[in-house]
Design a protein around this ligand. Structure first.
Ligand code: CMC
Length: 388
């Protein structure tokens, strides 16, 4: 590899930055703060543990959009706005009904969200209010899209949402066709709270980059969904479950040997490691607790036991801790959700953080336009095509 020619760059003005933008502060935000050494996560001033114990997903959406908790009246207003928007336009339902039943749910979600840009809320003279209305519309419709696609591909009718129910309750109802119990609603709601916002992760960075061009919020969210889909980001939760299912396909397995073998082959163990956390991801504490409880209740103890062996092996072999995706996989599995839906459920929650960042960027915008370090040749002589 050639040494980089930096002579035409003023490195004081244009620092050459780390691969993967590691450690670079690209934006300021009031939406979340992560202390990767201590394992702290704060959404707009509130510690994630406080929110996990007290909030609902709808309160977290309001918090991220407004940087404060809603009053009872404001929360009721938001809930009724969400209610009003959960129904899908007929054209989107037709797309879902005619989509390839073997497609990845994230691909369907990405296209359906892009379609929603033709069905926006009637604009007012208040530009920021219009953006917020579109954020509410997408937050309401994303669960309906995911549930509708899952039902159609399983040969079932699309269900209309239930008025007056929360996002978590409606999603489980539209997915399974029966009203969920309180425990299932609480589990789903907590998962939505834990995935809502997380600093300058790849999909949020995508959102802000698209927002910085002053493109519309649907374009930003469509791009963010594409970014979240990758297995190094939100796609890891599906990959964790696939790994656990693959491990168990021939009956009992030596989990420790399986993980060590992956590590020897330099393969990643999905659901572990993080660019920012150098300790246990605070979200994983809650998900681990839920995973343990649910796996006992639903007869999937073996999956939890395997997860703990993986956790201990990763700690002793690599000193790497689990991230949010590791235990969320077994939580969703225990409540009967198909593995390929997990990343879409992540999007159903992260829509709140993405749209909050979109508005934050819009309110104080400057085009994102970094430079690249050119490492190719210069001033080559032209070779006619017949001589190449
Ligand atoms: N399995 C095995 N080794 C790992 C893992 C892992 N999951 N994660 C990091 N490492 C090792 C890596 O091999 C490298 O070791 P060495 O220095 O010996 O070559 C070292 O740790 C540093 O890893 P890296 O890949 O350079 O770290 P990064 O900051 O670029 O990547 C990451 C962070 C999340 C992409 C990575 O940890 C990973 O690929 N994890 C698995 C995928 C995953 O779970 N992603 C979800 C991330 S959290 C939720 C979200 O944001 O969506």
């Amino acid at each position: 590899m050639k040494a980089h020619d930096l002579s035409s760059y003023n490195l004081d003005e244009m620092p050459y930055i780390n691969k993967g933008l590691e450690g670079i502060v690209a934006f300021s935000t009031t939406k979340s703060f992560i202390d990767g050494q201590k394992g702290d996560l704060i959404y707009s001033g509130y510690n994630i543990h406080t929110l996990a114990e007290n909030a609902t997903f709808e309160e977290v959406c309001f918090l991220l959009w407004y940087d404060r908790l809603p009053t009872k009246k404001e929360l009721n207003e938001l809930t009724s706005h969400l209610d009003k928007h959960r129904h899908l336009p007929e054209e989107v339902m037709t797309y879902i009904r005619t989509a390839n039943p073997d497609a990845e749910p994230m691909a369907i979600l990405r296209s359906a969200v892009s379609m929603l840009s033709s069905y926006t809320v009637e604009p007012t003279s208040d530009e920021m209010q219009n953006i917020l209305n579109d954020a509410i519309l997408m937050t309401a419709k994303i669960p309906s899209i995911i549930a509708a696609y899952d039902r159609v591909r399983n040969g079932k009718e699309i269900l209309e949402p239930l008025p007056g129910e929360s996002t978590a309750a409606n999603f489980l109802y539209m997915l399974n066709g029966e009203k969920p119990g309180d425990a299932a609603i609480k589990t789903m709601d907590l998962c939505l709270i834990l995935h809502a916002e997380h600093g300058m992760n790849a999909s949020t960075f995508t959102t802000r980059t698209i927002a910085s061009t002053m493109s519309d919020i649907y374009s930003a969210v469509t791009g963010a969904i594409g970014s979240l889909k990758g297995p190094l980001h939100g796609g890891a939760n599906t990959a964790v479950m696939n790994m656990l299912l693959e491990m168990g396909k021939d009956g009992d397995v030596d989990v420790e040997a399986y993980i060590k073998d992956r590590l020897v082959k330099k393969e990643k163990v999905m659901g572990f490691g993080h660019r920012v956390y150098k300790t246990f991801d605070p979200r994983a504490h809650h998900l681990q607790k839920m995973s343990k409880k649910l796996s006992v209740e639903t007869g999937h103890e073996k999956l939890y036991d395997w997860s703990m062996t993986i956790l201990n092996t990763m700690k002793s072999e690599k000193n790497i801790d689990p991230n949010v995706d590791f235990f969320s996989a077994t939580v969703y599995y225990s409540i009967g959700i198909q593995p390929d839906l997990y990343t879409a459920i992540f999007a159903m929650s992260r829509i709140s953080g993405w749209t909050a960042h979109y508005m934050e960027q819009w309110a104080n915008n400057r085009l994102v336009r970094p430079r690249a370090l050119y490492i190719g040749e210069k001033n080559l002589d032209w070779t006619p095509i017949e001589n190449r």
